[in-house]
Design a protein around this ligand. Sequence first.
Ligand code: NAD
Length: 370
Amino acid sequence: MAKPELTSYAEVMIGADALHALVVAIWQAAGSAPREATLVADHLVEANRAGHDSHGVGMIPRYMRACREGELKLNTHVQLVRDAGAVLTLEGARGFGQVVAFEAMERGIERAKQLGVCAVGLRNAHHIGRIGHWAEQCARAGLVSFHFVNVAGDPLVAPFGGIDRRFGTNPFCAAFPREGRAPLVLDFATSAIAAGKVRVAFNKGIDTPAGALIDVDGRPTRDPGALFSEGQHGALLAFGGDVAGHKGAGLAAMCEIFAGALTGGFTTHAETVITSNAIVNCMMSVIVDPAAFDAPDKDQEADAFVDWLKAARRAERTEEILLPGERENATRRERAEKGIPVDMTSWAQIIDAARAVGMTDAAIAQYEAR
Ligand SMILES: NC(=O)c1ccc[n+]([C@@H]2O[C@H](COP(=O)([O-])OP(=O)(O)OC[C@H]3O[C@@H](n4cnc5c(N)ncnc54)[C@H](O)[C@@H]3O)[C@@H](O)[C@H]2O)c1
């Protein structure tokens, strides 16, 4: 891999393998065991490969700050709190989400294969990142899954009709595995856009899309600074806009309660607002073995529907009607060829984070040059 290239958009382009090796080296230097460093790198680089840069390697500086504050606990594993057969309650203990969510899914997958279904309540994990990663882990085992997540104690999104921040960007995800093909993976923040995408826009100095943000007085704005500038207290809107914002806000509220209350974790309210660099996620996952249903024709039925959907007449400027997960797969193919773009602000912050854990410039350059 050649040295990362500077593009005209003030980004570096770096190959996935070199980026993965750099992330492993950074976390090992910070004190992670090799398996932890690898799981974190797997997750972050995969988020970039899928096109979700908001949840990729750009998270490293924030994780590093949370780690220094003692809020993110390295080398922590998921703990079983209660085993009720088809329902597991697991404690994340502020361990790396990339580790404890992986371990939580492993346990849920094993149980769903035995019983046909398993509901997994994972609480108090540090940031579990791109939720599609966990649905894909279940799909690789041939299992369907649904995931309700809250970003506990991090109010950024206004309720429908309100202008104050009241809940997090609470993602929802559902996946359907398919024989010999990529699974269908629906995975989104219930806010109009993910907070990380506002951060990426802020770092790049560009506007956010219309309809995503309001300022402190509830006026629509496209300035990402409304969320991220010092002293600003604007808010994100839930998805659905003026016409259907009640649906996005309603799903966000159910994510908050299923993930934060039902798992024994915590929901967002005045007493639980987090002011440190910690990002705490709770997740309620339902993992189902499709073989447990009496549905011998499920694949043919799903395929027939997909063909029917794709054959719809297209709106102007739509090249192709996409299914959940197809955009990410297209980005994976493109980035496998061209490399992963990392904006210069994020890249400089990652290099600073590497130096802060004792990596020398020569050591960093060794990864850059792969
Ligand atoms: N851990 C956390 O606290 C947290 C919080 C919020 C979001 N997230 C993650 O942030 C990521 C980004 O979320 P987002 O809301 O920005 O996602 P997004 O708006 O890009 O939507 C992604 C979903 O929509 C589908 N999609 C995209 N374009 C499509 C099209 N043209 N036609 C049909 N389907 C299409 C994708 O396949 C995917 O399922 C997600 O991976 C989410 O899990 C994590």
